[in-house]
Design a protein around this ligand. Structure first.
Ligand code: ME8
Length: 661
């Protein structure tokens, strides 16, 4: 089997059940779901595992504090994770729980093997040692004196307990050379590259044998050879990746996904050391293959702050689904920053981005194409007989329609880094969205709605057929990120069973010379795919000092004079009519952190509620003035032909306050 057709095994970390799912967990799980769907589109067999990490002192404690048994607590919280994933349209193959009997038996088997093994020098791989240390219950780990801040755990601000107990240790040091060597040679591929370097740095600093059991932790898996001790978190949690696919009880399935498959562990940097060093060493010790690849995605903050309980509530995955739907929530979470880089989730930009990318770019395109074909071709995509390809201007778009497939493919399977893939969900999503934007540009340039005024024609046929094919392909390419909406789009093109269409095989690179794949029709849309959201948080405005002045205009300006005019992007956060003035609207706008009030003579052309959420272009350094007694701290730019007036805005999302020039 070559690497390019090996089955792919994608995992998320198993999440602790002492908290409810938050957007950090949602991010990794959506990425895993995205990749599973994307690889399946590419024709690869893929298995997606997620689950919950349920043992440990912390869980037992929080359960007791809530008047529950640990098992009751775990059942309730595992269900919360499953509910959240269901709402986000996450389609995992298996949900592993560390309290499942199957997992417990698998861990016991693994520990027995570990216990029985000796290293090359004949030393037992598991040995007993008395351990004295400061243990933080919150972290579920020992912390050193050096890490303490004022005697407290820096993470939880609680006093660690001094623990003195007998533990069993795993002789990690016997495997360090092998593991480092495999990482250096990319046999265990750690992506992105800087994370690989970080791990190699850990080897230089020195790594020690680690404890695999605890004497005083009552909620865990007893060691098979000494039931007075329970398995310590990592030797319980990490093997979930193998017990879930049959390490203890289904060798053929285990071999298919683990031994012969392409294993990809996804996580953030918080648990890198355990996955990149401990886990491969344990696997080598029990005679199994180490994982083939680890992708460490970014660790993010929310609105500039580390996620806290309060922030988690405001950015609860359920709340995101309530507001944006499952597809919107998935899209927004995954597109905030480049995969692999740390970033900040700017929740106050979500509505704007949803409107710009999904409601406007994608939703409007689908509506336009479907409506025009429905109206002028009775809902049937124009057939080759009606099409005049030669005399159309469609070729550049057609080239891009075919190219989008290659871009999608390249984002997921880079030939540059065999034998493992270098994945980039953002680039893959962009392939679909670029196609959408290019098609919108084409539609704007060709104006099929104007041509259609004279009825159906070969030119109209080529424009609409090209656009319909672009929509079909975009729906397929975007299906890993917006699975439900992609199916809705395909249904709007007449595919009664959209599932059958979700394959890249249908994206014939010879299109349009090969027109086998006309959409069946009838083209029809009951409701917009992504209805526009107009709700945006209205923030308090600050009053600024005002002086009355006049501005002198000149007909000719030099470039230096022009540069004196500061043009900036402003977001409208509130708008209302000016009492007693029919033509005036009073807007509150945001320029980054700054707030301003602008009075503009646009009331005959815009309703106040249409403006909220728009990003406009304003003159930011105009002397403030009073218009009808109302202060105005800038000027909006608008195009006007005397009858119609249109405000200038930006081509896509950009933060308010950005300068223009
Ligand atoms: O560590 N940004 O579970 P956990 C990005 N049970 N991703 C984030 C994030 C953030 N701010 N916060 C959390 C555990 N995550 C162990 C794992 S695996 C054998 C055992 C995601 O509930 C990210 O994937 O603390 C991170 O690695 C994981 O949640 C930690 O989840």
């Amino acid at each position: 089997m070559t690497t390019s057709n090996r089955p792919i095994y994608i995992t998320t970390p198993i999440y602790y059940v002492n908290d409810k799912p938050h957007v950090g967990h949602a991010y990794t799980t959506i990425v895993a779901d995205f990749l599973t769907r994307a690889f399946r589109l590419l024709g690869r067999e893929a298995f997606f595992l997620t689950g919950t990490d349920e043992h440990g002192a912390k869980v037992a404690e929080v359960a007791r504090a809530n008047g529950m048994t640990p098992q009751e607590w775990c059942d309730k919280h595992a269900q919360l994770f499953q509910d959240a994933w269901k709402r986000l349209d996450i389609n995992y193959n298996y949900f592993v729980r560390t309290t499942d009997d199957r997992h417990v038996q698998g861990v016991r088997k693994m520990l027995e093997r570990l216990h029985a093994k000796k290293d090359d020098e004949g030393r037992s791989l598991v040995y007993e040692r008395e351990y004295i240390g400061l243990y933080c219950l919150g972290c579920e780990k020992f912390i050193t004196e050096k890490e303490l801040v004022n005697g407290l755990c820096p993470e939880h601000l609680t006093k660690p307990q001094e623990l003195r107990e007998k533990n069993y240790f795993f002789r990690l040091t016997a495997y360090l050379d092998q593991v480092r060597d495999k990482i250096e040679k990319d046999e265990i591929r750690i992506l992105p590259e800087e994370r690989k370097n970080e791990v190699l740095g850990l080897f230089k600093q020195g790594l020690e044998d680690f404890s695999i059991s605890r004497e005083k932790v009552d909620w865990g898996i007893p060691l098979p050879w000494d039931p007075s001790q329970n398995a310590y978190v990592w030797v319980d949690a990490l093997p979930n990746y193998i017990t879930a696919i049959g390490y203890g009880d289904d060798r053929p399935n285990f071999d298919k996904w683990w031994t012969e498959g392409q294993v990809l562990h996804l996580m953030a940097k918080d648990i890198l050391k355990f996955h990149a060093v401990y886990w491969p060493a344990i696997l080598l010790a029990i005679g199994e293959a180490p994982p083939k690849s680890l992708f460490i995605h970014g660790y993010f903050t929310v609105n500039g702050q580390k996620m806290s309980k309060t922030l988690r509530n405001t950015l609860d995955p359920h709340a995101m689904v309530d507001q944006f739907g499952p597809d919107g929530a998935r899209y927004l979470l995954l597109t905030q920053f480049q995969f692999g880089q740390d970033g900040d989730l700017k929740a106050d930009l979500f509505v704007r981005q949803f409107n710009a990318d999904l409601a406007n770019d994608l939703g409007n395109l689908v509506s336009r194409v479907v409506t025009l074909i429905e109206r002028h071709y009775n809902g049937k995509q124009p057939s080759p007989g009606e099409i005049d390809w030669e005399n159309s201007h469609a070729t550049p778009l057609q080239v891009k329609i075919n190219g989008a497939l290659t871009d999608f493919h390249n984002a997921l399977v880079s030939p540059a880094v065999p034998p493992i893939f270098s994945i980039d969900p953002n680039d893959a999503i962009n392939a679909g969205l670029t196609l959408v934007r290019e098609t919108n540009r084409y539609m704007e340039a060709m104006k099929p709605w104007a041509i259609a005024k004279n009825g159906a024609s070969p030119t109209l046929a080529v424009i609409l057929s090209t656009a319909a094919e672009a929509v079909r392909r975009a729906a397929i390419l975007l299906s890993p990120i917006i699975p439900t909406k992609s199916r809705e789009i395909l249904r709007a093109l007449g595919f009664n069973n959209p599932e059958e269409e979700l394959s890249l095989d249908g994206l014939d690179p010879l299109w349009p010379s090969n027109l086998r794949r006309l959409c069946p029709g009838p083209f029809h849309l009951d409701a917009p795919i992504f209805p526009r959201l107009d709700k945006i948080e209205v923030k308090a405005t600050e009053k600024r000092p005002v002086t009355e002045t006049t501005v002198v205009a000149e007909n000719v300006v030099t470039i230096d004079q022009f540069r004196q005019t500061q043009l900036r992007v402003a977001e409208v956060v509130a708008a209302e009519k000016v009492e007693g003035a029919d033509k005036l609207l009073k807007l509150q706008v945001a320029l980054g952190e700054e707030r301003r009030q602008i009075v503009a003579g646009i009331a005959l052309h815009y309703k106040p509620e249409d403006l909220v959420g728009k990003t406009l272009v304003i003159v930011a350094n105009l002397q403030p003035s009073k218009i009808r007694g109302v202060e105005s701290q800038g000027m909006l730019l608008a195009a006007s032909n005397g009858k119609t007036l249109r405000l200038l805005t930006t081509d896509g999302v950009i933060e308010s306050g950005s300068s223009i020039g």
